[in-house]
Design a protein around this ligand. Structure first.
Ligand SMILES: Cc1cc2nc3c(=O)[nH]c(=O)nc-3n(C[C@H](O)[C@H](O)[C@H](O)COP(=O)(O)OP(=O)(O)OC[C@H]3O[C@@H](n4cnc5c(N)ncnc54)[C@H](O)[C@@H]3O)c2cc1C
Length: 257
């Protein structure tokens, strides 16, 4: 395997890296995913195998783990490490060939649905933390002789934050349940990823506002929730890509688009 992968969470600390690679270009009339295979690179924890080098990317948040920019230069992966349940089943039944290889992208997509619900759950967690911090701060901080939590506009802001969080929370739990039932959820996983992460950006932003000047310092946790929430609309597919996935499943695309 030779090439570059910018963005890979935990690459050095991990026991394995799952990589989607191109084995060949698609032929005319084939989908862009033709020729992609999904590989499992097994490695020693805390090291890179021969041929793999990388450096951590200097992120503005999500400091709980390192995210790597990786260069693969002739890294060897055994043939048995192609991740593809469908292929394994076909091999067992003696069937093989190009069709089997094409299942690589479909397999990767299944992981993406789960990852999107997972990201939605993390976004909800960030928003909840920002809300809880805000509720404490509104009781702690006094202005004009009152805790600022007495001011109606701020009380309503809290109510709106809480309602949006609960809505997103119910939605991701529902989609997680559909995944558990083994149902197809590509559209719903994209919907909940879009809604929950955009909600988290709005709510953490509001939480910073409720903290006034103190929100714009590193003395309080709210700046971290705000920075971390900002990532959730970008990784695991941006909000624009989620809208594309959803709209493509609702509206046929003309050859011109
Ligand atoms: C901190 C961090 C950690 C990450 N960790 C991982 C990881 O562990 N593993 C991994 O595989 N990836 C990881 N990523 C990668 C992440 O998933 C991508 O950065 C993300 O999907 C966006 O892709 P891009 O950066 O190439 O943006 P681009 O595709 O260059 O997008 C730039 C802009 O163009 C818009 N855009 C692009 N295409 C379209 C389109 N067709 N229609 C409309 N708008 C479009 C995007 O929405 C965005 O606004 C990580 C990223 C970050 C920032």
């Amino acid at each position: 395997m030779t090439g570059r992968k910018r963005w890979c969470g935990n690459a050095e600390a991990a026991d394995f890296i799952q990589v989607l690679v191109r084995e060949r270009d698609p032929e005319e009339g084939e989908s862009r995913s033709a020729g992609l295979i999904n590989l499992l690179l097994e490695k020693k924890r805390g090291e890179f195998p021969e041929g793999l080098t990388g450096h951590p990317i200097d992120k503005i948040g999500y400091h709980g783990f390192l995210t790597w920019d990786l260069t693969f230069d002739g890294v060897r992966i055994p043939k048995d490490n192609i991740i593809d349940e469908a292929k394994a089943a076909r091999e067992d039944s003696g069937e093989e060939g190009e069709a089997a290889k094409q299942a690589g992208f479909a397999e990767a997509q299944k992981f993406l649905n789960t990852a999107r619900v997972h990201t939605a759950a993390r976004a909800v967690g960030l928003a909840r933390a920002a809300l809880e911090d805000s509720i404490l701060y509104l009781q702690e901080r006094e202005q004009f002789g009152h805790p600022i939590g007495d001011f109606q506009a701020l009380r309503f802001a809290v109510a709106e934050m809480a309602a949006q969080i609960e809505q997103a929370r119910s939605f991701y739990r529902q989609v997680a349940h559909l995944i558990d039932l083994g149902l197809p959820v590509a559209k719903e996983a994209s919907m909940v990823k879009l809604e929950a992460t955009e909600m988290s950006v709005r709510v953490t932003n509001q939480a910073m506002q409720l903290h006034g000047g103190n929100g714009y310092t590193t003395e309080r946790q709210v700046e971290r929730h705000w920075r971390d929430a900002r990532l959730t609309t970008i990784f695991e597919g941006t909000s624009e890509i989620q809208k594309r996935i959803i709209s493509d499943r609702l509206l046929p695309r003309s050859p011109l688009s």
